[in-house]
Design a protein around this ligand. Structure first.
Ligand code: DP6
Length: 341
């Protein structure tokens, strides 16, 4: 990194979007190396961004991290610092870094800020360290920060290949402009997650239905991959909806070792179920909309572009009673450098 010459390398800023899993990652083959038990498919959410600036500076005595203008909890700094260490190891450097990150969306609403965060950190950090990694290397590295972050590296629609190490990364399935799907995320008051995704992954194999899910996933992946490539909305929507329910059935029937008082994991809130009912009703009434859910109460609604206004009107009516907010996305770009580098 040329530290003898210069103590402070140029700052690099990268931007990334969170991604929404159409086929979910749930359960790990190897927790330490963040290897998944199954492949997954996602689309980047253009309506939400994380922008991260990294600068390595030998004058710093430790890594510094600021999120949305304030220092985050120590655990978040430790996670960022561990990722910076992976970058230092690759670059053969010992310089600490200053990291400033900003999210355009609120935390704790069911949009994985860690995916966008680690994708942006990986790109800004490696470039700031003077490295020029290929997309697949960036994706594999982002995976070590947060599993699903590997899918926020490619543009548009991505598939994360299971792999067994460096070959566990996401590849592009289709560009963002391939299909102008609209994703309306409905979220409710931020609430601390009772059970983290990490605990959910760990607990998943304890479900008596987990093997059945894994067996079904090969077909689900083929169907979703083909539906994306052929822009077959009806097939995509129904398959994605059933796939999300499969994850939640696993969660509800999982045993959390550290919390034996829980019979299962419930990520849903009453508003989640109300929207699930509303989606089924809207479809019966002729509005072709499908939902998917991650490990939280937020509901992500999928429609084709022509039905965007009709969906927003229907959601607006429902939210009068339920009290949530919406964020609208189209398929988004992957991680990219926006300044420096
Ligand atoms: C339900 O382990 O990537 O969103 O690092 O906590 O954000 P965090 O999550 P991660 O698990 C994501 C689980 C999921 C499904 C998915 O995105 O595939």
């Amino acid at each position: 990194m040329g530290e003898g010459v210069k103590s402070r390398l140029p700052a690099v800023t990268a931007m990334a979007h969170p991604n929404l899993a159409l086929v979910k990652y749930w359960g790990q083959r190897d927790a330490a190396r963040q290897l998944p038990l199954n492949a997954s498919i996602s689309v980047n959410l253009s309506g939400a961004t994380t922008t991260t600036t990294v600068q390595f500076d030998t004058a710093l005595e430790g890594d510094e991290f600021e999120l949305n203008g304030v220092p985050p909890a120590p655990a978040a700094l430790a996670r960022v610092s561990a990722h910076l260490q992976r970058i230092r190891d690759l670059a053969g450097s010992t310089a600490c870094a200053r990291v400033r990150s900003r999210n355009s969306f609120p935390a704790g609403i069911g949009i994985a800020s860690s995916a966008a965060g680690f994708a942006a950190l990986t790109l800004a950090g490696t470039r700031a360290a003077g490295l020029a990694l290929e997309a697949r290397e960036l994706s594999a590295l982002a995976r070590l920060g947060s599993g699903s972050a590997c899918r926020s590296i490619p543009d548009g629609f991505a598939e994360w290949l299971v792999g067994s190490g460096e070959d566990s990364y996401a590849v592009q399935l289709a560009k963002p402009e391939h299909w102008n799907l609209q994703i309306v995320t409905v979220y409710f008051d931020p609430q601390p997650k009772a059970i983290s995704s990490l605990e959910g992954h760990r607990a998943a194999p304890s479900s008596p239905f987990f093997e059945a899910r894994l067996q079904q996933l090969g077909e689900t992946l083929n169907t979703v991959r083909r539906a994306v490539l052929e822009r077959d909305f009806g097939t995509l929507g129904m398959t994605v909806e059933r796939e999300a329910l499969s994850l939640h059935l696993i969660a509800m029937s999982s045993r959390v070792a550290e919390q034996p008082q829980l019979s299962g994991i419930y990520y849903w809130q009453p508003q989640t179920l109300a929207l699930i009912h509303a989606v089924q009703r809207w479809r019966t009434e002729g509005l072709e909309v499908y939902f998917t859910l991650d490990a939280g109460p937020a509901v992500h609604l999928l429609v084709e572009a022509a039905n965007r206004a009709a969906l927003l009107e229907a959601v607006g009516g429902a939210l009068g009673e339920l009290g949530g907010q919406v964020l609208v996305s189209a398929p988004g770009m992957g991680a990219r450098v926006v300044a420096g580098g």
